[in-house]
Each structure stands twice: as C-alpha cells, then as structure tokens.
Write a new protein. Structure first.
Length: 148
C-alpha cells in the first residue's frame, strides 16, 4: 500500500498540473485597510481634542510646537461658562481642580479657549485664576486669520 503524491497516471496529457499552495502572505489588502484607517484617524483626531463648542477668534501669529503630552484645555463658551476639558467648573473651583489634574505640576501647559463673543474681562478673570493657582504656561487657542 503506497501513497502517491503525483496526480493521475499515464502520460498526463490533457490534465492540469496541481500546484502546491502558496506559502507567502499577500499584505496588499492589509496595507490598503491600514492606509484608510490612518486617513480616518488623521481627520477625526483634531475633532476629538476638546468637546466644548467654542467660536474661536482669528489672529495672526506663530503656531506653537505641539506638546509632548495632551495639554489641559480650559474653555469659556459664549455664555461665560468655564470648562476643564468637557467638565463644567465654577470660577472659584478652577485653580484647585487644575492643580489636582496637572501631571507635571505647575509646569503643565494650559490652553485657554475663549469664545470670541465672550467679553474680554471674562477670559482675563479665568486667566487670572489660573495664574493665581501657580500655573505659568498659558497659551491662547485661536483660528488662523484668513485674508488681509
């Protein structure tokens, strides 16, 4: 009793030759899927940064280099309400909550996002509370100015 690996008998005319299965992996479909996911995440990532809708003012200026870690974002919406990330806080609670959240202590960069419809004094009060809390690295977030 023997087992033959070659197919068929006779001369082999008119019969197809059997091939061994291909042992290489085709990575092209995987690369295509990964590129599509990369594009989706590149487009979606800036939208996920801070969830409070704020109509930012426009200005000209040099952009800061992106921080190594996720910065703390303090937002002031059009009603004058203050948020740390997406959590609403009162003006008196702002500095203590920032101190509790800050990973790098007082060297933590804080981005202040103020709606352009909010009076200047409200944003300055927020910055004053952050500064009184001991934080020194404050940055305003604005949109790039369009046109002349």
């Amino acid at each position: 009793m023997g087992v033959s690996l070659k197919g068929g008998g006779g001369s082999g005319r008119g019969r197809r030759k059997r091939h061994a299965p291909m042992s290489e992996i085709n990575v092209t479909p995987m690369v295509d899927v990964m590129l599509v996911l990369l594009i989706i995440f590149m487009v979606a990532a800036p939208l996920l940064q801070v969830g409070i809708p704020v109509d930012l003012p426009e200005s000209k200026g040099q952009q800061l280099s992106p921080p190594k870690s996720e910065p703390l974002a303090v937002s002031v919406n059009e009603k004058g309400e203050v948020f740390i990330g997406e959590t609403s806080v009162s003006l008196d609670e702002l500095a203590p909550k920032l101190q509790a959240i800050a990973k790098n202590g007082y060297d933590e960069p804080i981005f202040v996002r103020g709606d352009k419809g909010v009076p200047y004094g409200v944003v300055m009060r927020v910055m004053g509370r952050i500064n009184a809390g001991g934080f020194r690295k404050l940055s305003f977030v604005t949109n790039e100015e369009n046109g002349g």
